[in-house]
Write a protein that binds this ligand. Structure first.
Ligand SMILES: [Zn+2]
Length: 131
């Protein structure tokens, strides 16, 4: 039985981080469907489950790998952004944060210096803000 399954899975993609997340979401939808009268959650759970199995048994390994890579990149960017926001929140009493009108670069300036001219460290655009 185990050998048969292994034989079936050779050349197929298998489980990755994206399918684990999709499985988790479909379990959440399943639980939600128990407490709600809508069949929508149940349908969504089934659809996600179907898609996850489709990915696991897919023979197009490179495409599935690329999808997972995309997902991992997005997750990483989200984590970096969350870290940045945390840091900015922790420094909110000593610093003000502005975006450069020229290049959208985030600029940090000390608070309580009155109106100051800020020059962007990236593109050298100058703009005047209250600090
Ligand atoms: Zn700039």
């Amino acid at each position: 039985m185990k050998q048969k399954f292994q034989q079936f899975m050779t050349g197929r993609y298998g489980v990755d981080q994206l399918s684990r997340l999709l499985l988790g979401i479909s379990v959440v939808f399943c639980v939600l469907s128990l407490f709600s009268r809508w069949n929508l959650f149940y349908l969504l759970a089934l659809a996600l489950l179907g898609y996850t199995y489709y990915r696991m048994f897919s023979r197009n390994v490179s495409k599935r790998y690329a999808e997972n890579q995309k997902f991992l990149n997005a997750r990483y960017r989200l984590a970096v952004k969350r870290d940045q926001q945390k840091r900015q929140f922790a420094q909110r009493k000593e610093y003000r944060f502005y975006r450069c009108p020229g290049c959208r670069q985030k600029v940090r300036v000390p608070r309580g210096k009155g109106r100051i001219s800020i020059s962007c460290p990236k593109c050298r655009t100058e703009f005047i803000k209250k600090s």
